[in-house]
Structure formats: C-alpha cells, structure tokens
Design a binder for this molecule. Structure first.
Ligand code: UDP
Length: 240
C-alpha cells in the first residue's frame, strides 16, 4: 500500500458540483473563494498542484442525450461548461495572488493555453497552479477519466478526488444508516462491488498504472491541506 506522506505533486479533481454550493447548480462565489484559499494554502506549503475541473454544475452530456440531443454534441457542451468553471477558479485563485495557467484540451487561445504536456509540467515546476479544462477534448469521456490521465501525464503522486462525503462507503450513507466507510480499498474491489467512486474507465486507468486515489470531503475545513500533508482521512484506493 502507498505511504501517506506529504505529497510533492498532486492532481486535484474538482467536480462542477463542488463549486455549486447548496444551490446544486451554477457557481457559488463564496464556495469558490474558500476552495481557492485551500488550494493556496497547499501551494504555499510547497506542493505542486494540478487541477481538473468538471462541468456537471452547468451541463452534462448524458442529460442532453436523454433529452434527445446527439450525445457527441451534448458532450462538447459539457466540455465547454468545464472551461467556464476553470476561468472562475483561475480568477478566484489569482485574486488570492496564486499564479495560475488554464490549459484547454479544445483550443481557445484567447482565454486558455492549448494543452501541451511539457509546458504544463514546466508551469508546475515554477510553482504555478495548472487548471485543465475541456476534459480530454473528446466526447464519451468524463472529467474523472481526464483527472486520471492528466495525473499520470504530470507524474503526480496521487489523484485527490474531492467530494461531498467523507470517503467511500459500503452503501450510500445518506440512504443507509448502517453504511460504513472504508479506510482503504483496492481498485478491484471498487470495480467488483460497483461502488460509485469514479467511472470504471477512470478507475481502470488508475489501476493499470498504479496511481493511488484518495477520496475525501472537500466540505470539511482544511481537508485538502490535511490530505496533502499525509494525514489519514478519506479513503485511499490502491493496488494492494
Ligand atoms: N466531457 C466530455 N469529455 C471529457 C470530459 C467531459 O465529453 O473528456 C463532457 C461530458 O458531457 C460531461 C461533461 O463534459 O458530462 C462535464 O464533465 P463531468 O460530468 O465529468 O463533470 P463533473 O461530474 O465532474 O462535474
């Protein structure tokens, strides 16, 4: 099992929902500000931070498709939604004097750099927070899979999956009072038990490349700082 230690370089996956606050949709500026403050804290502590942002608070391709849209077109709308969140997060971070770069998998040079792996690595080395937008740039993927891919490309030690629950449970803790939380669990168990952590493409990618995942509650104060410094919290997914 991988050690819990102070990480030097992490990939933080922020779902769109994480930026939406209680409303469940759109962007909550107070939430954004506190997320940015946590990221700043971690960055100031010397950890390099790459971020993949979701778009579910604005648009999800699957939703469009169920309403009759062509799935690929709907997914492109979802990818554009992630870019809105990226710009909002960049703005929040820069207001707190954190240097950032947004890189987009779909070219839109007026607002973001195109995704160039080596350039992104260089930004991280220089202490900039790199925010990846537009997923992998292709429909039928998710930003969770993007997070797994970028984490590997950036040589991150861990994928930190920020959620609204404390970790991975045996069952939905909101519906089943007897559900218990795993401290650690293997990728295979996550897949076999059908636990809804990330989609199976994302989990498989992490499993094949032995990239540990830590699922934690971003809503808990200082949780990101604690996870990055190696404190035991949330659930770690690993190979065994
Ligand atoms: N999406 C896509 N390809 C990608 C990443 C995302 O087509 O590589 C689309 C897809 O429609 C998805 C939407 O963008 O539903 C928003 O991303 P996601 O649902 O992963 O966001 P989150 O749930 O993290 O907020």
């Amino acid at each position: 099992m991988p050690k819990r230690e102070r990480f030097k370089r992490v990939l933080l996956k922020l779902s769109g929902e994480a930026l939406a606050g209680d409303a469940g949709f759109g962007i909550d500026t107070d939430v954004l500000e506190s997320v940015a403050a946590e990221i700043k804290n971690v960055r100031d502590g010397g950890t390099e931070v790459a971020i993949v942002v979701g778009g579910g608070n604005i648009f999800r391709g699957v939703r469009g498709a169920t309403e009759g849209m062509d799935r690929a077109s709907a997914d492109y709308m979802g990818m554009l939604a992630t870019v809105l969140n990226c710009i909002a997060l960049q703005d929040a971070l820069e207001r707190q004097n954190v240097h950032t770069r947004v890189q987009s998998a779909i070219e839109m040079r007026a607002i973001a750099e195109p995704y160039i792996r080596r350039k992104a690595v260089r930004h991280l080395e220089k202490g900039r927070v790199v925010i990846f937008g537009a997923g992998v740039g292709s429909p039928y993927f998710t930003t969770d899979t993007t997070a797994a891919l970028r984490a590997m490309e950036m040589n991150c030690q861990v994928l930190l999956k920020a959620t609204k629950v404390d970790g991975i449970y045996t069952d939905d803790p909101k519906k089943n009072a007897k559900a218990t939380m795993f401290d650690e669990i293997t990728y295979m168990d996550v897949l076999q038990k059908g636990l809804k952590v990330m989609d199976s493409t994302a989990i498989s990618l992490c499993m094949d490349n032995r990239l540990p995942i830590i699922v934690f509650n971003l809503g808990e104060k200082n949780s990101l700082t604690k996870v990055v410094s190696g404190e035991r919290m949330g659930t770690m997914v690993y190979a065994n």
